[in-house]
Write a protein that binds this ligand. Structure first.
Ligand SMILES: *[C@@H]1O[C@H](CO)[C@@H](O)[C@H](O)[C@H]1NC(C)=O
Ligand SMILES: *[C@@H]1O[C@H](CO)[C@@H](O)[C@H](O)[C@H]1NC(C)=O
Ligand SMILES: *[C@@H]1O[C@H](CO)[C@@H](O)[C@H](O)[C@H]1NC(C)=O
Ligand SMILES: [Ca+2]
Ligand SMILES: [Ca+2]
Length: 208
């Protein structure tokens, strides 16, 4: 009788022990699982930040390359690689039109491009324009529309006191109706009626 009870108690004790052990081991598994989740999360965050760092570095490099490229382009095209129809000369940009129009319309077209009809105030500029216009008629920013015989540049400056390059016998105000100036053969200037249609030259400062 006593022996049987002893054996029973022993069995209960063993079962309890077994249960405790089982509990302990599953706890360890949970802890390990939690730890590995944490590790994965940390690794993920770290690699994400590395990737974003790398991509921002790449972006910077790409920007620098672009900047380098565009500074090279600006050496070749000082008026801007996207505005190659503008020709650079001595700190200014010039546009030589491909269409003929009246002086007033030419003035407006230049203004639409944030520029103005060319002002020729030096021999160097006169030469540049002469070579470029090749004996064709091109409007310049010179007129006596406001007062007959008072030739003024489009910026208001008086042309009679500064550089001039009139063709001999010009301005002749033919038919009392020639108030706008253009360059012509040998780049020499002539007055003609302002509704005459010819090419035109726009001018603006070169970009910094
Ligand atoms: C850009 O040009 C500068 C010098 O002009 C040079 O030091 C730099 O390495 C260049 N950058 C790239 C990305 O080529
Ligand atoms: C820089 O210019 C070269 C050729 O001049 C071109 O092959 C390259 O794609 C350009 N790079 C960028 C970032 O614009
Ligand atoms: C006056 O100038 C015009 C050009 O604008 C020319 O055709 C004409 O022959 C000139 N007249 C005289 C008298 O020189
Ligand atoms: Ca006139
Ligand atoms: Ca004339």
């Amino acid at each position: 009788m006593d022996k049987e009870r002893l054996q029973d108690e022993l069995r209960i004790f063993r079962d309890r022990n077994f249960l405790r052990q089982k509990l302990r081991s599953s706890l360890t598994v949970y802890v390990l699982l939690a730890l590995s989740y944490l590790l994965i999360v940390i690794l993920f965050v770290v690699s994400l930040s590395r990737v974003s760092m790398l991509s921002s570095q790449l972006n910077e490099m790409r920007k620098e390359l672009k900047r380098n490229n565009s500074s090279n382009d600006f050496k070749l095209f000082p008026c801007g690689p996207e505005a190659r129809e503008w020709e650079y000369f001595s700190g200014k940009c010039y546009y030589f039109s491909l269409h003929a129009t009246s002086w007033q319309r030419a003035k407006e077209l230049c203004e639409e491009e944030h520029s103005f009809l060319a002002i020729i105030n030096s021999h160097a500029k006169q030469n540049f324009i002469m070579y470029r216009t090749r004996n064709q008629r091109f409007w310049i920013g010179l007129s006596d529309r406001n007062a007959e015989g008072e030739w003024k540049w489009i910026d208001g400056s008086d042309s009679t006191t500064g550089f001039t390059y009139w063709k001999e016998g010009e301005p002749n105000n033919s038919d009392q109706n020639e108030d706008c100036a253009h360059v012509w053969t040998y780049g020499e200037w002539n007055d003609v009626h302002c509704t005459y249609e010819c090419y035109y030259i726009c001018e603006k400062p070169a970009p910094p």
